[in-house]
Design a protein around this ligand. Sequence first.
Ligand code: AMP
Length: 190
Amino acid sequence: MLNLVLFGPPGAGKGTQSQKLIDKYQLVHLSTGDILRAEIAAGTELGLEAKKLMDQGVLVPDEVVIGMISNKLDANVDAKGFIFDGFPRTVAQAEALDQLLTSKNTAISGMIALEVENEELKKRLLLRGKDSGRADDQNPEIIQKRIDEYNNKTAPVANYYKGQDKFTGVYGIGVIEEIFNNICTVVDSY
Ligand code: AMP
């Protein structure tokens, strides 16, 4: 199985590149942000609780997202592989993901980190906020909070995969197609 973690701060281009990777490698896309937004749209209790945190730009609890990923893995037993987008976002999530995959006799193939400078991230998120209507993309303070959460809680996840020799950084500014080709070179080396 090909199991990819696409990593990077908010606005790095994970969603855009995930879509292209899914098409090329026929992977199942698991974006915890998308799953949470679907819960909000459906008006579930989980969605209502998560929304309060997402609107503030802080992470939702580990057990909530780990449970969601576990359900999605169980619902896709025939998948050729998965692309994890926006997950794991804490070291505890990364450890839980390893356990879940081990129990299914598979493992993460590698983490690809999209590297984009802070100022560019803020510009991209504000631009996306105008089109997507996402409340958390429209307020500069919330955007800064999400970048802070990333630096404090999520950036250490890269070290977790470096420790397993599964980390590759890819520069995330430039032409989408060129960035995609650089990602594919990494994926094809797995
Ligand atoms: P995203 O769409 O990945 O930018 O996520 C939007 C928001 O959903 C984040 O700011 C968090 O509040 C929440 N979220 C998404 N994925 C996770 C995760 N793996 N762990 C904790 N919170 C998450």
